[in-house]
Design a protein around this ligand. Structure first.
Ligand code: F6P
Length: 363
């Protein structure tokens, strides 16, 4: 066995699940156990398990056959221990953060490895400021984590989004309809943009570029004049119109409630029908995007990030998130992803790519 600063670490998965979590868990734990002889404590259901001390030592057999499995063998939750901290009257015994710190000590952890998105990494950063050793791994289908080019989960979700567009194409052509496909991405359009380009979407709407329904209608009319009787519109769930972009959160909520439609996909379909008179249908892909096997690319990324995390554990380099930059596996300070959202930049090359192949971005 090689020497390691970390002897025992805890590992948890928090936030929404995604394909590649098990591959990453396997990457960290195999390398940590086989190369360095570290003890791995698996914590159930994200930070909730750390609060309730639902934890057990994981054996090598726990990591067998999980590379290709979707979801997370550890379970996940959206528990946010820092949320609503210090209510009045403050009771130290009920403070989730203090409980976590105590359980970290009781479990004799040298480090806590958290696999998660922005929220989880922010919690990890805050726990690090409270004195715990923490390492982060970037997971989310949204790809919106600052400090890394990619998060695992994204590639699998792009594949699923692309397949959905492919399938919508044939039915859209048969019926001469406009098909609106709503993909996940509550604040960013990475998933919609990548899937939209891969699937040849005719219009791609992302939250970073508030849409103008007139521009969408113009594009659909032009296509119709060119003899194309169908169109595919791909939108992120967090997209908004130019008018909505001018409203504050409260106003927007009220405005949307008036439509009595559950989400952007349906609102957009209705607006398109009203504006163009074209028969339009909406499909919301929902959790299908997050379920199932990871893609080959995600398995490779998750395994590489996982094994890199084991190296940081061995060197005792805490307070970091493993990352990928170009084709280099690296790490960044946990403060970089904490509480930030990586949006599609205004000058992102794929926006030009989309326009160059005749895709309208709704502006
Ligand atoms: O954070 C990833 C994500 O997939 C978002 O795109 C989506 O808004 C959210 O999770 C929904 O997840 P849940 O319903 O589990 O909170």
């Amino acid at each position: 066995m090689e020497k390691s600063v970390t002897k025992t670490f805890g590992i948890l998965t928090a936030g929404g699940d995604c394909p590649g979590l098990n591959a990453a868990i396997r990457g960290v734990c195999r390398a940590a156990q086989d190369k360095y002889g570290m003890t791995v404590v698996g914590i159930a259901n994200g930070f909730l398990g750390l609060i309730n001390r639902e934890a057990r030592v994981l054996e090598p057999k726990d990591f067998s056959g999980i590379l290709t499995r979707g979801g997370t063998i550890l379970g996940a939750s959206r528990e946010k221990p820092f949320k609503d901290r210090f209510p009045y009257p403050y009771n130290l015994e009920n403070d989730k953060v203090e409980i976590i710190k105590e359980n970290y000590r009781q479990l004799k952890l040298d480090c806590l490895v958290v696999l998660g998105g922005n929220g989880t990494l922010a919690t990890g950063f805050r726990l690090a400021r409270e004195g715990l050793n923490v390492l982060g791994l970037p997971k989310t289908i949204d790809n919106d984590i600052e400090g890394t080019d990619r998060s695992f989960g994204f590639s699998s979700a792009v594949d699923i989004g692309t397949q959905a567009i492919d399938r919508l194409h044939s039915t859209a052509t048969s019926h001469g309809r406009v098909m609106v496909l709503e993909l996940m991405g509550h604040k960013t359009g990475w998933l919609a943009l990548y899937s939209g380009i891969a699937g040849g979407g005719d219009i791609i709407i992302i939250p970073e570029l508030p849409y103008d329904i007139k521009a969408i209608a113009r594009h659909l009319d032009e296509r119709a004049q060119d003899g194309k009787s169908f169109s595919i519109v791909v939108t992120a769930e967090g997209s908004l119109s130019a008018e909505e972009a001018l409203m504050d959160k409260k106003e927007r909520k009220k405005y949307r409630e008036r439509t009595a439609l559950p989400s952007i996909g349906y609102r957009l379909a209705k607006e398109i029908e009203e504006e163009t008179g074209m028969e339009t249908r909406a499909t919301v892909l929902g959790y299908i995007q997050r379920g199932g096997m990871p893609s080959a690319a995600d398995r490779v990324l998750a395994t590489s990030l996982g094994t890199a995390a084991a190296e940081l554990l061995a060197r005792g380099e805490y307070g970091r998130m493993v990352s990928i930059s170009g084709d280099r596996i690296d790490s960044v300070d946990l403060s970089i992803p904490a509480g930030r959202t990586k949006t599609v930049p205004e000058n992102y090359y794929m926006l030009d790519t989309a326009i160059s192949v005749g895709t309208c971005l709704g502006v």
